[in-house]
Design a protein around this ligand. Structure first.
Ligand SMILES: *Cc1c(COP(=O)(O)O)cnc(C)c1O
Length: 355
């Protein structure tokens, strides 16, 4: 607490990122990709000319936006890029959801950064309870008098994804406010809402290179929506920072998008490992929710989840335990390589041998 801080800063509850340990550990706590980025990315890094760094980058990031537009079959004007999708989300909340007297509707359990942006911008929140299958009940979202809707699909930390048809039905009832669908975990078996952008000017889909494209360290995120929404985001961006995408990030992002074969192979491997791990965990008496993301949300039944997380940590394996009321019986486990998941299930089996 400092007297130099603006009023309200001391009261903020900032987002707490998953731990990045200094020692070597099996990291299954922040949903990073266990596989390296495309070889094309390596080649970009090796041949990148230092001379380029003398100049400011393209403030419109046209090259990267064009490549994203080709990848997602939309136009450049329908694409926005930012320094990680967290930044894109921060801009979107400012651009669309700051509305006096109206609350933003989000699922009760979802990406924990959403409430943080709301607190920062003074956006009121309306939390919608999940159903008994831990799914986001789209039919419970308000249709009038709200500031908008935001949810992750697949949702975090549960892993459930709605079909494009479900989201289309939601959009038929949502005409007045922006519906933000966060597709950070697209690529692992869910359907994208991007094709709905054409007919729904209030739909904003966000995505990231951090998970399915193995580039969490590079910080590249994007949004796809109508020209009207993208223009709103650009107004906020240009009121914060004109150059969120540096030339290295742009070149790396383009190389990653070009290598569709590598992307498909990594995603397929992660989905196969996910299904094998889910079965192995069930065999150890652990409850597992179905997942279309690169993580599993699981409930140990023999020992408290916090103890399991602590014992795994002692065995050199990090998983995510949320202290949040309602989630404290659960663990979120990222999908690593096959070998890493075998180490995980081995450590859990050993725990089952002890009372
Ligand atoms: C990881 C994650 C993000 C943020 O991704 P970055 O692009 O790395 O900032 C956004 N939304 C959800 C739901 C995530 O899990």
């Amino acid at each position: 607490m400092s007297t130099f801080w603006s009023p309200g800063v001391a009261a903020l509850t900032p987002y707490v990122p998953g731990e990045q340990p200094r020692q070597r550990m099996i990291k299954l706590n922040t949903n990073e990709n266990p596989y390296p980025p495309s070889r094309g990315v390596e080649s970009v890094l090796r041949h990148f000319s230092c001379e380029q760094l003398r100049r400011y980058p393209d403030p419109e990031s046209l090259a990267l936006r064009d490549m994203l537009a080709r990848t997602y079959n939309v136009t450049r004007e329908q694409v926005f890029v930012g320094n990680g999708s967290d930044e894109v989300l921060a801009f979107a909340f400012r651009a669309f959801f700051v509305r006096d007297g109206e609350a933003l509707a989000i699922p009760e359990y979802t990406y924990s950064f959403y409430p943080v942006y709301c607190q920062l911008y003074g956006i009121e929140l309306q939390k919608i309870a999940l159903n008994d299958r831990w799914e986001v009940p789209l039919e419970h979202f308000p249709e009038k008098g709200h500031a908008g809707i935001a949810f992750a699909n697949p949702n975090a930390p549960t892993g459930h994804a709605h079909s494009r048809q479900d989201i289309k039905a939601l959009l038929e009832r949502q005409r007045e406010r922006v519906v933000l669908v966060d597709e950070a975990y697209y690529g692992f078996g869910s359907e994208s809402a991007v094709p709905l952008v054409e007919d729904h000017p209030n739909l904003l889909v966000t995505g990231t290179f951090s998970k399915s494209r193995s580039l969490a360290g590079m910080r590249i995120g994007f949004a796809i929506g109508s020209r009207e929404l993208i223009e709103g985001l650009e107004r906020i961006k240009d009121s914060f920072n004109s150059y969120p995408i540096d030339p290295l990030a742009s070149a790396v992002g383009i190389a990653a998008l070009e290598d569709t074969q590598h992307y498909d192979e990594c995603c397929r491997a992660i989905m196969e490992t996910r299904e094998a791990t889910a079965q192995a965990l069930k065999d150890l008496d652990i409850d597992v929710l179905p997942s279309r993301a690169n993580f599993l949300f699981v409930r140990p039944t023999r020992h408290p989840a916090a103890d399991v997380a602590a014992q795994l940590r002692a065995a050199g394996i990090l998983v995510r335990h949320f202290g949040t009321p309602g989630l404290s019986d659960w663990l979120r486990i990222s999908i690593g390589t096959e070998a890493e998941m075998t180490a995980l299930t081995g450590a859990l089996a050993a725990m089952n041998q002890t009372p």
